[in-house]
Structure formats: structure tokens, C-alpha cells
Write a protein that binds this ligand. Structure first.
Ligand code: COA
Length: 355
């Protein structure tokens, strides 16, 4: 029998500072009505100075391990696109702070689709006998990458972390992950992008820029500007919206077909929390009642790789998820990247996101 990943622990957190729409309206040309009606978001949490992605990840993972009742772990995978440093990966430090011992720990960088990719990676490691129990974390701090002048990104993103503990088990157990669908299309990579801080947009100590001012000293590369502003996220929101709806809808449908579930079997959709209009449109495409779609973004915004475990933790802590219910997860983000996963809900105890 194939060794199947089974969910045994769940936890999540958001940093304490709340930024509501009113606060953003005071410094940007926007207002609460626009943000609420166009995105569904009323507030989000932003990490304060001195708090890094790894700090949020540690707290979320601690809560997930507590929910799992402790026990050894032999792998930790962290989905993030806002690591503590360009090098090393953030995951080994998180594992060390959790006291997990000398285990395999690594980051996966797949933007807002990262958590589903990390889950699939964990599932592969379990199926291959590489790992018995894996902590999968999604954590991002996008608030430090937001251009303070850009109203389209500033209103959307929030910071947070969520984590699951998976163990090797059997497909008929509650908590078993039933399958995955993953995809990507790099031809649209510019739709959501942090241009600087990587090898294509090199920093220069004197800030003078490249010789011809184009950022392409040898004519070989793509434009690679320099400077602090290049480390802000840029986003073509309307186009992303269209791709997100199409890809999450298609990926979910592919997955349901693959595992033999129909839309009417789905009790809850835990989709990446980007925009309430995206979530409702995806539900419509799948023929699932929008009341079955978990909504958490109203209180936390788009928390990128953290959004699915955050939404699940919020729902579980408020008693909305019952053991045996069927849950569809689907995510979409920069890359472009997307992915879906499905599971039956296990009997687990979860503490509140803000606890
Ligand atoms: N406040 C007020 N007005 C705003 C605004 C804001 N925060 N942001 C944009 N606008 C304006 C635009 O400038 C535009 O004005 P114009 O008509 O005078 O040109 C108008 O609102 C409509 O802009 P548009 O981009 O068509 O809005 P939209 O309905 O598509 O909503 C997003 C914009 C970004 C909220 C929406 O496209 C979205 O959620 N996209 C997905 C983003 C996402 O998921 N990103 C993360 C994954 S990578």
C-alpha cells in the first residue's frame, strides 16, 4: 500500500499589529469602501520591526506540533518567498529553534502557491520512505516589500504563518491527503514580481547603476534595475485576477477528476485568500455553493504562502470543520504557479489564530 500523508496537527499565527482600511486610507488615495467591495478585506496584520518570517514560522509550527501532541519529526519544509535572508534557507533555523534536532529542513519558493507545493513535496518524501513525520509551514512577511506609494499592493497583503504536521499513514484514515495537482507558466512571470535583490537585478555598493543605465551591462540579461525600490513587489492585479480564477478552477477540476470526487462531495473549499471575488468566481466555476468557501481574508488580507493553513486554522478553531468532511485546497500565485490538494478532515484540536 502507498504510504499516504495524514494530517495530525495544525496551527497558525498572525503578528499582533492590526492595520485596518481606515489607517491605509489616511496615507494612500483609497478608502474603506473601495477596499472592502473590490477585495473583501477589512484589515490585515503587519509584523513590526525586528520580526522576521522565521519568527512567525516558529510560532505556527509550535502550535501545529502541540496540536499533533508532540512527537519526533524528521523533515521541515517552509514555503516562503520572503525568507529571513537570501542565504541560508530559513527552514534550518526554524527547525533548530523548535529543537527538532539535525533533520532535513529546506525552503520552497513558489509565492502564494507555496503551501500546496510544500505539502506535495512532503507527500512525496513520505511516500518514498524518506520521512515519517514532516512539519510543513507557510510563512510570509510581505509588508516590508510593499511600496508605500502603491495602493494596489498595500491594501491586499498581510503577514502571517500557518503549519501542518503530517505523518505516514494509510489512504482510508481521516486526515489522509487524497491527491495533488500542480502547474505553472513562467511566460507570465512579470505579472507579480520583486525585480531586485536577486542575481538579475544586482545591488551595487555605490548605487551608481549599470554603465549604460539600463541594468544590462553586457546586453545579455533582462532589465535589472538596482536600488531599494526594486525590492518592492510589483503586481498587474487585473491580469492576475483572470489567471487566478482560470487556473484555480481548472486545477481543482483536474484534481477532483483524478481522485474521483465530485463537486458535490466537497464540504469546504480552502482556497488561497487573494480576493473574495476570486474565491466566489472559482466556486461558481466548480459548481460549489459559495457558502462552502472558507473566508479568512476579510480579517488578515492575502498572507501568501500562509493563507491556506491560516484559513483552515481559523475555521477549525471556530468549529466549522468536522471530522470526515472533505476539503479542497487550491492556490495560485506569482510564477505563475498554482496547485490543488484534497483531504478528509481529521479529529484534531486547534488553537485560535490570534491566541
Ligand atoms: N483604492 C482605490 N482605487 C484603486 C485602488 C485602491 N486601493 N487600487 C486600484 N484602484 C483603482 C484603479 O486605479 C482603477 O482606477 P481607474 O478606473 O481610474 O483607472 C480602478 O480602481 C479599477 O482598477 P482595477 O485594477 O481594474 O481594479 P480591480 O477591480 O481589478 O481590483 C485588485 C484590483 C488588485 C484588487 C484585483 O485586481 C485583484 O485582487 N487582483 C488579484 C491580485 C492578487 O491576487 N495578487 C496576489 C497573488 S500574486
Amino acid at each position: 500500500m502507498i504510504r499516504t500523508p495524514v494530517l495530525v496537527g495544525l496551527g497558525a499565527m498572525v503578528p499582533p499589529r492590526v492595520v485596518d482600511n481606515e489607517e491605509l486610507s489616511q496615507r494612500l488615495d483609497t478608502d474603506d469602501h473601495w477596499i472592502r467591495t473590490r477585495t473583501g478585506i477589512t484589515r490585515r496584520h503587519w509584523a513590526g520591526p525586528g520580526t522576521a518570517t522565521g519568527d512567525l514560522a516558529v510560532t505556527a509550527a509550535e502550535r501545529a506540533l502541540r496540536s499533533a501532541g508532540g512527537g519526533p519529526v524528521d523533515m521541515l519544509i517552509l514555503a516562503t518567498s520572503t525568507p529571513d535572508h537570501p542565504m541560508p534557507a530559513t527552514a534550518p533555523g526554524v527547525a533548530a529553534r523548535l529543537g527538532l534536532g539535525p533533520i532535513a529542513a529546506f525552503d520552497v519558493s513558489v509565492a502564494c502557491a507555496g503551501f500546496v507545493y510544500a505539502l506535495a513535496t512532503a507527500a512525496g518524501a513520505i511516500a518514498a520512505g524518506i520521512a515519517e513525520r514532516v512539519v510543513v509551514v507557510g510563512a510570509d512577511i510581505w509588508s516590508t516589500r510593499l511600496n508605500p506609494q502603491d495602493r494596489t499592493t498595500a491594501v491586499i497583503f498581510g503577514d502571517g504563518a500557518g503549519a501542518m504536521v503530517l505523518r505516514a499513514g494509510a489512504p482510508d484514515e481521516p486526515g489522509a491527503l487524497a491527491g495533488f495537482d500542480l502547474g505553472g507558466d513562467g511566460t507570465f512571470k512579470d505579472l507579480a514580481l520583486v525585480p531586485g535583490g536577486g542575481s538579475r537585478g544586482r545591488s551595487e555598493p555605490d548605487g551608481a547603476g549599470k554603465p549604460d543605465g539600463t541594468g544590462e551591462p553586457d546586453g545579455m540579461g533582462e532589465a535589472g534595475g538596482i536600488g531599494e525600490a526594486d525590492e518592492y513587489v510589483t503586481m498587474r492585479g487585473k491580469e492576475i485576477f483572470t489567471h487566478a480564477v482560470h487556473r484555480m478552477g481548472e486545477s481543482s477540476a483536474q484534481l477532483l477528476k483524478k481522485i474521483g470526487w465530485s463537486a458535490s462531495d466537497i464540504d469546504w473549499v480552502a482556497a488561497h485568500q487573494a480576493n473574495v471575488r476570486i474565491l466566489h468566481t472559482v466556486a461558481g466555476l466548480l459548481g460549489i455553493d459559495r457558502a462552502r468557501v472558507l473566508i479568512h481574508l476579510d480579517r488578515v488580507g492575502n498572507t501568501s504562502a500562509a493563507s491556506i493553513p491560516l484559513a483552515l486554522t481559523d475555521a477549525a478553531a471556530h468549529g466549522r470543520l468536522a471530522p470526515g468532511q472533505r476539503v479542497l485546497m487550491t492556490a495560485f500565485g506569482g510564477g505563475l504557479s498554482w496547485g490543488s490538494a484534497a483531504l478528509t478532515w481529521p479529529p484534531i484540536q486547534v488553537s485560535d489564530v490570534a491566541a
